[in-house]
Design a protein around this ligand. Sequence first.
Ligand code: PHE
Length: 324
Amino acid sequence: MNLDELNQIKTIALQAATAAQTTEEIEAVRIEYLSRKGRLPLLMAELKNVPAEEKPLFGKAVNELKKELTECIQARQSEAAPKTQQPLFDCSQPGQWQSLGTRHPITQITERITSIFQTLGFTVADGPDIETVFNNFDALNTPADHPSRDEQDTFYLNSGELLRCHTSPVQIRYMKENKPPIRIISPGRCYRRDTSDATHSANFHQIEGLYIDEEVSLADLKATLNHFARELMGPKAEIRFRPHYFPFTEPSVEVDIKHDKLGWIEVLGAGLVDPNVFINVGYDPACCSGFAFGMGIERIAMILFGINDIRHLYENDQRFLAQF
Ligand code: PHE
């Protein structure tokens, strides 16, 4: 055995390691050369038959071969392992299409109504779901014996606060923080102790509007809501006011919108802000006047989308939601 022969063995061994494809084939090469009874240990044993002057070089060359081959086999094994374990990828298979989500009908209607008022210069104001009795009732001029204050109608918390039963307390919060002129729109969740049926839900959404300036009249309210009705339900939509009572507005009206197929439908509560409300937030009622309105979002969504049961809006049934 001499150095030339050793080099030949080296070439063959590295070729074998490179040619092996599967992990089994590569392992076979490893066993053949590197295992305890493999060719490399035998080569070391050959050292005694090598001419004395070649011995140091031969020993060094065998060690180098061992190192190079070990590295080569390790590299080949890590290349081969995942390929043989993974199923083959068939790129002619049709892909799996993930359907796109849609926005919830309540969100769609909220955004639509909000944007109509935003084009008139209203900005969005926010308030918390948990309110004080003062903001939800007292400041809104609601008498102590008003039925809506009843525990049968409103959710009270142990803290003495409540879950707001309308979005009107946002008016109070905003007026306490800001001076007129005011133009806000505030969408949000409301809560009432209603038993759930096709048209009632203990948890629902409203949008509140508040406009305060000097000498604001019922005619301003009517013009604003007229524009809103046409934007929402089409250019032929009409509105009409019916006298009503709300503690926080005087006069108060219920507003119907005439829908081209459904006829007159009741959509909003509204009115001119009661002077007592101004006093409760520290405004001088002699210097300002304004209008407010509020509407239920579910009701409008049901009318516009033709939904016949409010509960569909909360059940998160994919077959229902995918239609919007
Ligand atoms: N807050 C009233 C309700 O929940 C609606 C409303 C808002 C009426 C503003 C007048 C003015 O029914």
